[in-house]
Design a protein around this ligand. Structure first.
Ligand code: URA
Length: 434
């Protein structure tokens, strides 16, 4: 097979065979397909798409590129959870202990933040001592003892995705439904859960900007999972504004703890309850959706889920004292506010720009491997729908010695729209694929 012919076939809108796709994934890893040819094929896929069969073949070839985690010696219903990523998306840190406190086992392998989106691992590492690099055997032991454990993906898990994602990141080929679906689902299949709930984000701060593309991505991922024998569902949730009020690593940990104490923001609480209920149903712990919501709510309001999180933190080397004492978390030395420039109503608070603002303060990274500052970030003081008077704080910027402050403040002003009327209410959950 000449690889140039594979590129030309996709360029001209034809389907690829299983051999073409296997040859691509294999060749990218062993160097037989150079980066420039791989990038050309990726761009042809972005422009021409892939059907469900091609996407499944790509996913399977990617899974076979590395090891698979074997969770057969972890008893109980293992149910994974994955989000396509957004701003202020701290759901996993609340949901994993919450679902565990309700009786499912939540093995979670997460990623780091890149660009304007935050990463669960970076947030957890804001907790002093917390380790995300547990070996697989230790990961399984925490799962057996606590029911939830969150670590980073090991190097041997889907190496083809690591190579392809790095290429996509620098060739403007991330935003493609088949490529995102294969990237996400290859990792989820390799992680070894028997069931999976997907949170597909939709809006300004997400890869999928509109509801119909988010739904197509959700359907594609669910179809791939089903073909591979996984019990899988997706929930489509809004990412027009940051989720919750806090954006930035330690600030988001505080918000997670508050949510598990019953004092979380309504949007985050609603997403956690919906996803948690689906996890209990998929795991077979509850058969009725309303009963599942009640069980999740009870675990949150009774403090059981908070106790589970404290145990998970302790078993992963972190300081469980943060649960009751937030001063044990890193805090930025200085704060500044962006004030309302006119009276009115907050109409929009665009997640993309708020995420970039948090990133320039130091909470995120522009390139993989950049260092981040766990203490800095943004707290929204006036969310969408709030009535404000002139001079009232809209957002609070937690910064270190002014680093990135002017640029972050400008981005926040760009992100926020103040108008004369109350904006129409928005449902946070906008669809489901079952
Ligand atoms: N998250 C992933 O893991 N892969 C993508 O391609 C996009 C988001």
């Amino acid at each position: 097979m000449r690889f140039i012919d594979v590129i030309a076939r996709k360029r001209d809108g034809h389907g690829l065979s299983r051999d073409d796709i296997d040859g691509f994934v294999h060749g990218v890893l062993n160097g037989a397909v150079p980066d420039y040819q791989a990038s050309a094929l990726l761009m042809a896929i972005v422009l021409r798409g892939m059907d469900d069969q091609e996407t499944s073949w790509l996913t399977e070839a990617m899974v076979r590129s590395g090891d698979r985690v074997d969770l057969s010696d972890v008893a109980g219903a293992t149910v994974g959870k994955h989000s396509t990523g957004g701003v202020g998306d701290k759901v996993s840190i609340v949901l994993a202990p919450l679902a565990a406190a309700c009786g499912v086992v939540v093995p979670k392998m997460s990623g780091r933040g890149l660009g304007h989106t935050g990463g669960t691992l970076d947030k957890l590492e804001a907790i002093p001592g917390f380790r995300v690099d547990l070996p697989v055997e230790a990961f399984k032991q925490v799962l057996r003892d606590v029911g939830a454990c969150i670590i980073g993906q090991t190097a041997s898990l889907v190496p083809a995705d690591k190579k392809l994602y790095a290429l996509r990141d620098v060739t403007a080929t991330v935003e493609s439904i088949p490529l995102i679906a294969a990237s996400v689902m290859s990792k989820k299949l390799a992680e070894g859960s028997r069931a999976l709930v997907l949170d597909v984000k939709c809006g300004d701060g997400a890869f999928m900007k509109d509801a119909s593309s988010a739904r197509r991505l959700a359907e594609t991922m669910v179809a791939i999972g089903r073909r591979a024998g996984l019990r899988v569902e997706a929930v489509v949730t809004r990412m027009d504004e940051p989720l919750g009020r806090a954006v930035g690593n330690a600030l988001e940990i505080i918000e997670c703890l508050e949510t598990l104490k019953g004092a979380g923001p309504p949007d985050l609480t609603a997403v956690v309850e919906r996803l948690g209920a689906r996890m209990l149903v998929l795991g077979g712990v509850e058969s009725d959706a309303a009963a599942a919501v009640r069980r999740v709510r009870d675990a949150r309001l009774s403090g059981r889920a908070l106790a589970t999180l404290a145990r998970m933190i302790e078993r992963q080397g972190g300081d469980p004292g943060v649960v009751d004492d937030y001063t044990r978390l890193p805090a930025a030395p200085s704060r500044a506010v962006v004030e309302a420039w006119r009276p009115g109503c907050v109409m929009e608070l665009r997640a993309g720009a708020i995420g970039r603002a948090s990133s320039v303060l130091g909470a995120g990274r522009a390139r993989a491997g950049d260092a981040i500052d766990p203490a800095v970030g943004i707290v929204v003081a006036a969310p969408r729908g709030a009535e404000v008077v002139r001079g009232q704080p809209l957002v609070e910027l937690h910064h270190r010695d002014g680093r990135g402050l002017d640029a972050a403040a400008a981005l926040c002003r760009e992100a926020i729209e103040i108008g004369d009327e109350l904006p129409p209410p928005r449902e946070i959950v906008i669809g489901e694929v079952r």
